[in-house]
Design a binder for this molecule. Structure first.
Ligand SMILES: [Zn+2]
Length: 399
């Protein structure tokens, strides 16, 4: 049974962990100052976390003066101890990343899936989760949570897939099946664009940017919105579902069953149809082949420029609504780069309503295809950093 004292201890522990995660190593005295907790409380928390293996004292080997002139040794998060598993289930590939609480990627992998005659994406996901989840069983390591990024509307219970037009998956079944592969590890489901935006804001092209928009470049197109450094979930958690805005060719058929959706003009399948090239194992590989063709073929360049103009048209609408400082483009946009970004910029310049409106800077993702899995891994620590997880030895369950 969880008592009020337990809750307070967890909340205080989480506060110390958040401080170490966001602001780096600190002495006990500095931690007390940063968190507003009493020094004795911080001392007890640090000792418990040391026993747990979550923090280490004197990691940088440099004692420094504490607040009262006593030498204090800095406490740091210990890499490899508390681990978060991030997974991405997409139409044509699956990715995974294991992150430790100190922010280091311990393991990562991407595999093709869903191709004709090949294994379905969910079985590839379950086997990859089993393999990488085993990292949490290594000596000293513990998996505290797993998050799956999906190109779908996910209900705010963080488990139920409400709508996934490009994938055959619904309800809470996926989370249940993953929990059977990852015993004792709580599994959450999250939107892929939100996960990727979160990763770009913490590790990639949008670090230090207050207002950013992330756009996925896969078969579907989704957005993750960062405002004041935080993800904007919307009322039901569905914000950023931009792929089905009516932009681009009004006749193009979309995976959602309608015509004229933005992703039916600028999603990966639309790009391949425009340039007449086949899909390869991953969006990244496919887009590199398209870029290679464009290098020698002016017709391919023209068709990509048309995709870029439709990209710019939708971005002009989003820029008018959200006023982002930076738009980060992920997935297949990365290998295509200026082939689509140049025309998109010119379209943005034409469509922005006034010269007073600042054109958002268009940046390519620096995390590539692994962005959503990395962001999902990062989100797997949300329970720990919110104080909802008991960090006593041997228990990893949220209450
Ligand atoms: Zn649609």
């Amino acid at each position: 049974m969880t008592t009020g004292t337990d809750q307070l201890r967890r909340a205080n522990t989480a506060s110390v962990l958040r401080s170490l995660r966001r602001r780096g190593p600190a002495t006990r005295a500095e931690l007390a100052q940063r968190t507003g907790l009493a020094k004795a409380t911080v001392g007890a928390i640090v000792s418990a976390l040391e026993t747990e293996g979550a923090v280490v004292e004197g990691a940088d080997g440099a004692p420094r003066n504490g607040a009262r002139g006593r030498p204090g040794r800095p406490v740091a998060l210990r890499g490899g101890s508390l681990l978060g598993l991030g997974l991405e289930l997409n139409v044509d590939y699956v990715s995974a990343a294991v992150l430790d609480l100190a922010g280091e990627v311990v393991a990562s992998a991407s595999r093709p899936a869903g191709q004709v005659g090949g294994p379905d994406p969910e079985s590839v996901l379950l086997s990859l989760a089993g393999e990488l989840g085993a990292a949490g069983l290594a000596p000293g390591g513990r998996l505290v949570g797993a998050t799956v990024a999906v190109p779908a509307l996910v209900r705010d219970d963080d488990r139920t897939i409400a709508w996934a037009p490009n994938l055959d998956v619904r309800g809470a079944g996926l989370a249940d099946r993953l929990e059977r592969v990852l015993p004792g590890c709580p599994v959450r489901i999250s939107n892929d664009a939100n996960c990727a935006a979160y990763a770009e804001a913490h590790h990639g092209a949008a670090v230090g940017v207050g207002h950013a928009l992330y756009l996925t470049g896969t078969v579907g197109i989704g957005a993750g919105i960062i405002a004041d450094g935080r993800l904007v979930p919307g009322g039901a958690g569905f914000a950023g579902e931009v792929g089905h805005m009516p932009v681009g060719n009004p006749e193009a058929c979309c995976g959602c069953g309608r015509r004229g959706c933005w992703e039916a003009s600028i999603g990966l399948h639309a790009v391949l149809a425009a340039v007449g090239l086949p899909e390869l194992d991953t969006p990244d590989e496919t887009a590199r082949a398209v870029a290679a063709r464009a290098a020698s073929d002016p017709v391919t360049r023209d068709r990509l420029a048309a995709v870029g103009r439709d990209l710019g048209l939708g971005l002009a609408t989003l820029a008018s609504v959200l006023d982002p400082e930076v738009v980060v483009l992920g997935g297949y946009f990365v290998p295509l780069g200026e082939l689509v970004l140049g025309p998109a910029r010119r379209m943005l310049d034409e469509r922005l309503v006034s010269s007073a409106q600042v054109r958002p800077e268009l940046r390519l993702s620096t995390l590539g295809i692994g962005a959503a899995a990395l962001g999902a891994a990062e989100q797997s620590f949300a329970h720990v950093l919110a104080g909802d997880v008991e960090l006593g030895p041997g228990s990893a369950h949220a209450s």
